[in-house]
Design a protein around this ligand. Sequence first.
Ligand SMILES: [Cu+2]
Length: 226
Amino acid sequence: MHRLPHPAALARPDSLPFRRIRAACLRFLAGCLAAAATGPLAAATLSVTVNDAAGAAVPEAVVFVMPASGRVPAGPPRPAVVEQINREFVPFVLPVQVGASVTFPNRDSVRHHVYSFSPARVFDIKLYTGVPANPVVFDKPGPVVLGCNIHDWMVGFVYAVETPWFGRTAANGATSIELPAGDYEVRVWHPWQRGDIARERVKVDAAATRATLRIDLAPPASAQRR
Ligand SMILES: [Cu+2]
């Protein structure tokens, strides 16, 4: 037999109705705090499109964003991977934050010998299959050209940037970067670009912000990838 709670029970702090009301109030307060957070440091999305001089989409461009304040948040860079698949580097271009570890797993049945002579990072992973024991740490900013001693046509790039906010353009020339609202300079790097890095100042607000940058490309004669 069910009994209704005595009216006095409703007023007790540990009664079920009271706990429900308290929980609803706490949810409301949490919502208010979240709404108050949409100030200058709210998360925002910056969508960047990269075109060439003829207006065509440029895939595999590195887009990175430097804060006008010069301050980037502390924290460990994300580790990354450059695979070797069908005797090619995948991805062709990899952006990383300075200090990031990159592993170079060989997914082929043949051996590769990955190396770089670039000033930003000289290294050499001698003939290997599978996953090398030690990652390579990219501790200086700038471009690093990857090659393979066995397969002359294999070429790839790691580009180390001094910011955690970066992306690589997809086939449509676009990438999106999540970052706090604020003032930034957007920069674009591509291995085939002519001239200096493309730059543009943008103000990113809580709504989606868009920027389109144009770069001049000069693909090398050997750009025909296998
Ligand atoms: Cu190789």
